[in-house]
Design a protein around this ligand. Sequence first.
Ligand SMILES: [Zn+2]
Ligand SMILES: [Zn+2]
Length: 131
Amino acid sequence: MFGLKKKGPTQPFTHADDCKIVKADPTVQIEWSEVETGHWEARCVCGTEYFHDPFTEDRGDRLDPYHPSTFRHAGECEHRDTSDPALLRVILKVRDGAGGGYWWVECATCEHGWQVPHYPRPPMRLMPPPK
Ligand SMILES: [Zn+2]
Ligand SMILES: [Zn+2]
């Protein structure tokens, strides 16, 4: 068997507008590196992007709104660590988000709501700390 080497996120790194590396070389490509299984990181002088991809191995690319890694419960929610699917289907209300492309999930216990995209999004952008 060959050709199964894992690849990183397909989306390119998004540089800051004033990135010095891009000014020096507009074609520069920032490599993704897998820091842990499913956790990718790309670093440039202008910032770091993270990509969290916990579903590719056993679920295909589509995200699961009942998967604990998508949850955004309130910190004090008694079900924030719940992963029992039967219980989750009782406490979580999942419906299609306005505009499509994501679910809107509400927890009946803590009354928090959050979006879960149907498919993984481009990585979240984290700006470097101010100097
Ligand atoms: Zn950059
Ligand atoms: Zn909750």
